[in-house]
Every structure is written in C-alpha cells, then in structure tokens.
Design a protein around this ligand. Structure first.
Ligand SMILES: C[S@@+](CC[C@H](N)C(=O)[O-])C[C@H]1O[C@@H](n2cnc3c(N)ncnc32)[C@H](O)[C@@H]1O
Length: 245
C-alpha cells in the first residue's frame, strides 16, 4: 500500500500486525485477509468444516479452534454445534470481535454462545474441560518449535482417549530454527521433526491425504490409546470422498 505524499511504503499485511492497530485505520475486509487470501476465505472454511465432519464431528461434540482468527471456519462450526460447544483461542481480540460482528451475527452468537480466550501462550486448559475435537489450521505454519511443543503438551491435557486434533503445517526439507511466531510468512518443518514434537508431548500422529489447505499437510493427532483408530482415519476419509463423488 502506498501512502500518498509521504513516500512511505507499507505492506498492508504487516501494518495490520501492529499490536493495537487503530481500528478505524483498518481497511474494510481486513479481518478476512489477515488470516489468508481473501478470495479463498470461504473455501478454507469449508475445507476445515468438511474434514472435521467427515471424521465424525457431531453437533453435541466440544470443539477447540486454536488460533480461530476472524472465525473463518468458526462461523460454520458455531452454526453447526449445539450451544456452548464451540471454543476459540485467539490473541488478536479484534479479529474475533469483527468476525463475530460481520461473519456470525448477534442472533447466532446469542443462540450458540461460543466461548473465547485471548491467551497468546497456547493455554488450551484455560476453558477447564476436555474437547472431542481440536483444530489448528495454519497455526503450526507460523509457529516456532517451542510454541508447537507448548500447544501439543497443552492439548495432551485437554484430550480424552477418543479426541482428535487436526492440524496443518508446511512440510519442507529443513526445520525453522527461530524462536518467534512468523507472520505473515510461513515456516517449514520436516515431517519426522513435526512427528517428534508430537511424540515428545506423549501423543501420536498420522498424515492425512486431505488436500484443502493451500499446499499444507494435514495431520491427525491423538492419544496413544487411539492408535488403531488413527491408523484407519485416512481410509475413512478417502471412503467419504469416494462416496460423495
Ligand atoms: C493464518 S491465521 C489462521 C486463522 C484460522 N485458524 C483460520 O483458519 O482462519 C493464523 C492465526 O493465528 C493467530 N495467532 C497468532 N499467535 C497466536 C498464538 N500465540 N496462539 C494462537 N493463535 C495465534 C493469528 O492471530 C491468526 O488469527
């Protein structure tokens, strides 16, 4: 974005990352393109919703959306789930607030009573109960290994024997060695390294062949006692896709 007369060049995305960014300076639609390409806002939401419902998400389940942003997928989950079952963690409070106002609406919010935490330290235990499903779309994609480790060890504490945690990451040949969140640029990890972080947290993981994440890899994470279920998960997904075609 060029600010006329000042010669000052700002990348819109970076400008939006300034903590406490002045609300009235935020361009219309900023809540959408802050979380990714605005033209795919609907599809990335649908990809998450379809994946979780194909893997068994039902309306009476509890869901935790880690880094829920402007409720891209949240608006679909909130509508689908019974009251009080949707939980979102998001340090950028403005994203949730604009998402609630522009994507969800007051009456749906009142009807479904979604829960939010604005914690920035991956404190998944903050809600004080366990979840049937956890989703983290494009979160490990920007997180340092230490943050991923923290998110996984917290998730271990809020997952029961049947819980499923679905997450995406950018698969590469090397591991991001930084210790900070990287945004909007993504960071890469090898698959063995990502899986080693999962097992360090006392959990197990399997890759999924679900493609809808803009070149990212989806993995399913579970408690060790769910090993058998995890092994057949991808098959279950493929069967659904074939049934629907
Ligand atoms: C690429 S966006 C994805 C948002 C959402 N998952 C979606 O699919 O629309 C990444 C999100 O992670 C959030 N985020 C940044 N730091 C975080 C942290 N420490 N814990 C949780 N979320 C964080 C950002 O504010 C942003 O909303």
């Amino acid at each position: 974005m060029q600010i006329r007369g000042t010669g000052l060049r700002l990348r819109v995305a970076n400008a939006l990352h300034i903590p406490g960014f002045i609300p009235w300076l935020r361009p219309a639609g900023a809540h959408r393109y802050y979380v990714g390409p605005a033209e795919y806002y609907d599809l990335v939401a649908a990809g998450q919703f379809n994946l979780l419902t194909m893997l068994g998400l039902r309306e009476d389940h509890t869901l935790l959306d880690v880094g829920c942003g402007s409720l891209r997928a949240g608006r679909l989950f909130i509508t689908y789930l019974l009251p009080g079952r949707y939980h979102g963690i998001e340090p950028n409070r403005w994203l949730v607030q604009v998402g609630l106002r522009k994507e969800v609406g007051r009456s749906m919010r009142r009807l479904k009573r979604p829960n939010f935490s604005y914690d920035d330290g991956f404190t998944l235990t903050t809600f004080g109960h366990q979840f049937d499903f956890i989703v983290a779309q494009s979160i490990f994609t920007h997180a340092a290994a230490g943050q991923i480790g923290r998110c996984l060890s917290e998730s271990k504490r809020v997952m029961h024997a049947e819980s499923l945690f679905l997450a995406t990451f950018l698969e590469g040949d090397e591991n991001y060695a930084g210790s900070d969140w990287s945004y909007p640029d993504g960071v890469y990890y090898t698959r063995p390294f990502m899986f080693s972080l999962v097992s360090e947290a006392g959990l197990i993981a399997r890759p999924l062949s679900w493609q809808q994440a803009g070149g990212q890899t989806w993995i399913a994470i579970a408690q060790p006692e769910a090993e058998e279920r995890l092994a057949t998960l991808d098959q279950q997904l493929r069967a659904h896709v074939l049934d629907d075609s």
